[in-house]
Design a protein around this ligand. Structure first.
Ligand SMILES: Nc1ncnc2c1ncn2[C@@H]1O[C@H](COP(=O)(O)OP(=O)(O)OP(=O)(O)O)[C@@H](O)[C@H]1O
Ligand SMILES: [Mg+2]
Length: 268
């Protein structure tokens, strides 16, 4: 199967993008799939979980600007089968610098062509920053599919229409004509509150089979793991958070094997 690029995106902040990218990637790597995680967020949170020196200078920014081949920037992590293209602090300035390039919307896609062609990875996951700026647009343009985490909270769907609108636009203008949605993932589900259940029910009735069956529970352990530079699979391997992300990996693989993805399904 050719390498598939999946952007984990939602312009809303703090909905579980990074947590999902890191832990889903780690769970898939556990299955023996060869995974590359690209940390496209200047906050470098995903990088700092996977390598202690995440967020240094001279990495992805120069790759994006075409100064260094992306291939040279990929590092192994302590987790077998999981490689990383780490964020670097200069990425914060990339929005402006990339905007100046002629190819500003497809820069990441172009720079990833060699890596994709090499077939080294089954899946490439891109963790995106919380804004619909140049970096996220580049992630959506380079991606085959988009996985959207939704927090089980008030205003869960706020901004989702805009993201879906941008995806439609990329498809219709021919910039990324085959862009599809892997699915919507409910995160931070709190079993103790009626609100979580109400939001989850609402999202499911609206988006139906687009929503993953797997729901990620709210768990203190999930939020603690990054401060130990660990994935939840390492930090609390038998806890509900690890179980949920493993179950998401299984469900994700099932969708991939059956060729299930969605186009224009989330009209809102
Ligand atoms: N299931 C969960 N249970 C409890 N805390 C969680 C859970 N998922 C994520 N968190 C915590 O919530 C915060 C936001 O999560 P995360 O960083 O994954 O979101 P994000 O969408 O990547 O944020 P940003 O938009 O800033 O990039 C983090 O402190 C994280 O540890
Ligand atoms: Mg993040």
């Amino acid at each position: 199967m050719p390498t598939k690029i999946i952007a984990v995106a939602n312009q809303k902040g703090g909905v579980g993008k990074t947590t999902t990218t890191v832990n889903l990637a780690a769970a898939l790597a556990e299955h023996g799939h060869s995974i590359l995680l690209i940390d496209l967020d200047p906050q470098a949170n995903a990088s700092s979980v996977l390598v202690r020196e995440g967020g240094q200078e001279g990495g992805l920014y120069r790759g994006l600007m075409g100064e260094i081949p992306m291939d040279d920037l990929i590092v192994t992590t302590r987790l077998p089968h999981l490689a990383l293209l780490a964020a670097d602090l200069e990425l914060a300035g990339a929005e402006i610098d990339i905007a100046r390039l002629d190819q500003h919307l497809i820069q990441l896609k172009i720079m990833l062509e060699e890596v994709k062609k090499s077939g080294r990875f089954s899946y490439i996951f891109i963790d995106s920053p919380p804004s619909l700026g140049i970096l996220m647009s580049n992630a959506l343009t380079a991606a085959d599919e988009v996985l959207i985490p939704i927090q089980c909270e008030y205003y869960a769907l706020e901004g989702l229409g805009k993201l879906v609108g941008v995806m439609d636009q990329l498809r219709h203008t021919g910039i990324n004509p085959t862009l599809a949605m892997t699915g919507l993932l409910m995160t931070m589900f709190d079993v103790r509150t009626n609100l979580s259940s109400a939001v989850a029910k609402d999202v499911r009735s609206h988006f139906q089979e687009v929503v993953f069956e797997t729901v990620i529970p709210r768990s203190i352990r999930i939020s603690e793991a990054p401060s130990f530079s660990q994935t939840i699979l390492e930090y609390d391997p038998k806890g509900p958070g690890a179980l949920a992300y493993r179950s998401l990996a299984t469900e994700f693989l099932k969708r991939q094997e059956q060729g299930i993805s969605f186009v224009g399904a989330a009209s809102c």
